[in-house]
Design a protein around this ligand. Structure first.
Ligand code: PLP
Length: 415
C-alpha cells in the first residue's frame, strides 16, 4: 500500500482530533543551554525571549555545569565520539565499568548495569528477571516506562492503590503462591511530587517474602540526607532489590539510565535484557559527564542542600501568596488550578511575565486536577525565585485566584 491520499487522510483526521480535544503538544524552542535563564522562541517564529525556567528536571543545576562540560570534552578527546557497537560486542570501555562501579557505590547496592535510558532499563529488566510463574505488583501511579516494561514480561501483572499499604498487603497475601513476587513503585512520583513509603513497603516485602523495585529517576542525586535517593530518605538503603534511575534528570541531564541492585539480578540483565543487548552503548562523552557528576555529588552535599533551601523558600512564598499547592517536601511543586483552561491561560500569562512553567491537565493528571507543575533547581538563585514569585502573584491576582478555596476556583473558572 502506498501513502495514498486516503491513508494520509486517516492520519490527518486523527491529528485534527488531537487538536480539537486540546491535547496537541506544541513544543517551545530553546536557543540556549539548559540553565535557570533560557532563551525561548515561542510561538514559533517569534523573537527570542529570556525567561526563567521553572519546569526542567535539572534539579541540581548540573546540566550545563562547567566541570561537567569539561569532563565531557575530555571524554570526547580521550575515548572518541561514538562506539558503533552494543556493549557485549565491542562497546564496553573502561569508563563504562568505572561509571557502573561509581553508581553502585553511590546508591549503596551490589552491582549496576548501564542502559541507553531509564525507559530502556524499565523496558528490559522485568522480562530479564521474571517468568510466568512470578507476579509484579505495581503502584497504580508508576511511570509509563514501567507499565511498558511490565507489558513485555510474561509474569502476572497486578497493582495496588497509590501508596495504599493495606491494599498492597492484600495483594501480597493474594499472590502468596507465586515463585517470585516483586513490588514495583516510583521513589518520587513525578506529577504530585510525593514520596513512596519505602520503609513500610520494605517491611511488608520482608513479611511476605517479596522483592522491591524502585524507579528513583526523580530522586537520585538529591533526595535523602546525602542525595542517594528515596531509599536513603526512608532509611532502607541496602534493602531495595532493584533500583532503576536516569542520568537524564538531576545527574547531568544528558541521557542514559541503569539498573542497580542485587548482583544476580544485574547479571541476568547483562545476559538477557533486550535494550542492553540490542541498542547502542552510551557514548563516551555522556559517560565521562556522569562520572564527573557523581564525583561532585560524592564530595559535598552543597547542591542538594541548596536545592532543599530553594524548595522551602519557593513553597513558603507561593503558600503565603495564597496559592494551593500539593503538600510535600520534594522540589516538584504543583500549583493546583483544577481547571484545564485556567492552567493553560496562567501558563501563557506567566510566560509573558518571563516565567516558563507548563500547565498539565487530563489525561496527564486526573480529570479536575489541572495544575502548573513547578520544579525547583539548585541552579536557581534567590533573585530567580523572587522574580518568579512576583510573576505568579501578578498573574494570580489577574485571575483572582489568590486565597481562594478549591471550590471557589472551580466555580469561578466554570468547570
Ligand atoms: C524520566 C523518567 C524515566 C525515563 O528516563 P529516561 O532516561 O529519559 O528514559 C523513567 N522513569 C521515571 C520515573 C521517570 O521520571
Amino acid at each position: 500500500m502506498s501513502y495514498s491520499d486516503n491513508v494520509r487522510g486517516i492520519y490527518q483526521q486523527q491529528l485534527n482530533g488531537i487538536k480539537e480535544a486540546g491535547l496537541f503538544k506544541q513544543e517551545r524552542y530553546i536557543h540556549s543551554p539548559q540553565t535557570a535563564d533560557i532563551e525561548v522562541e515561542f510561538p514559533t517564529g517569534a523573537s527570542l525571549k529570556k525567561v526563567i525556567n521553572m519546569c526542567a528536571n535539572n534539579y541540581l543545576g548540573l546540566s550545563s555545569h562547567p566541570e561537567v562540560i569539561k569532563a565531557a570534552h575530555e571524554g570526547l578527546d580521550n575515548r572518541g565520539y561514538g562506539m558503533s557497537s552494543v556493549r557485549f560486542i565491542c562497546g564496553t570501555q573502561d569508563i563504562h565499568l568505572q561509571l557502573e562501579a561509581q553508581v553502585t557505590e553511590f546508591l549503596g547496592t551490589e552491582d549496576t548495569i548501564l542502559f541507553p535510558s531509564c525507559m530502556d532499563a524499565n523496558a528490559g529488566v522485568f522480562e530479564a528477571i521474571l517468568t510466568k510463574d512470578d507476579v509484579m505488583i505495581a503502584d497504580r501511579l508508576v511511570h509509563a516506562s514501567i507499565i511498558d516494561g511490565m507489558r513485555l514480561c510474561s509474569a502476572m501483572q497486578d497493582s495496588f492503590k497509590h501508596s495504599n499499604m493495606k491494599h498492597l498487603e492484600e495483594k501480597l497475601q493474594l499472590h502468596s503462591d507465586k515463585r517470585v513476587k516483586i513490588v514495583i513503585t516510583d521513589g518520587v512520583f513525578s506529577m504530585d511530587g510525593d514520596t513512596a513509603k519505602l520503609d513500610e513497603i520494605a517491611a511488608l516485602c520482608e513479611k511476605y517474602d517479596a522483592m522491591i523495585f524502585v524507579d528513583d529517576s526523580h530522586a537520585s542525586g538529591f533526595i535523602g540526607k546525602t542525595g542517594r535517593g528515596t531509599h536513603e530518605k526512608c532509611g532502607v538503603v541496602g534493602k531495595i532489590d532493584v533500583i532503576t534511575t536516569t542520568f537524564g534528570k538531576a545527574l547531568g541531564g544528558a541521557s542514559g539510565g541503569c539498573v542497580s541492585g542485587r548482583r544476580e539480578l544485574v547479571e541476568m540483565c547483562r545476559q538477557k535484557a533486550r535494550p542492553y543487548l540490542f541498542s547502542n552503548t552510551i557514548a563516551p562523552v555522556v559517560v565521562s559527564g556522569v562520572v564527573k557528576v557523581l564525583e561532585i555529588l560524592s564530595q559535598s552535599t552543597e547542591r542538594r542542600d541548596k536545592l532543599e533551601q530553594n524548595t522551602e523558600y519557593w513553597r513558603k512564598g507561593l503558600t503565603e501568596a495564597g496559592f494551593i499547592l500539593k503538600a510535600g517536601d520534594t522540589p516538584i511543586v504543583p500549583v493546583m488550578l483544577f481547571n484545564a483552561k485556567l492552567s493553560q491561560d496562567i501558563s501563557k500569562d506567566l510566560y509573558q511575565e518571563g516565567v516558563y512553567a507548563i500547565g498539565f491537565f487530563f489525561p496527564v493528571v486526573p480529570q479536575g486536577q489541572a495544575r502548573i507543575r513547578t520544579q525547583i533547581s539548585a541552579g536557581h538563585e534567590k533573585h530567580h525565585l523572587d522574580k518568579a514569585l512576583d510573576a505568579f502573584v501578578k498573574v494570580g491576582k489577574k485571575h483572582d485566584i489568590l486565597g481562594k478555596t478549591k471550590q471557589e476556583i472551580i466555580e469561578m473558572s466554570g468547570a
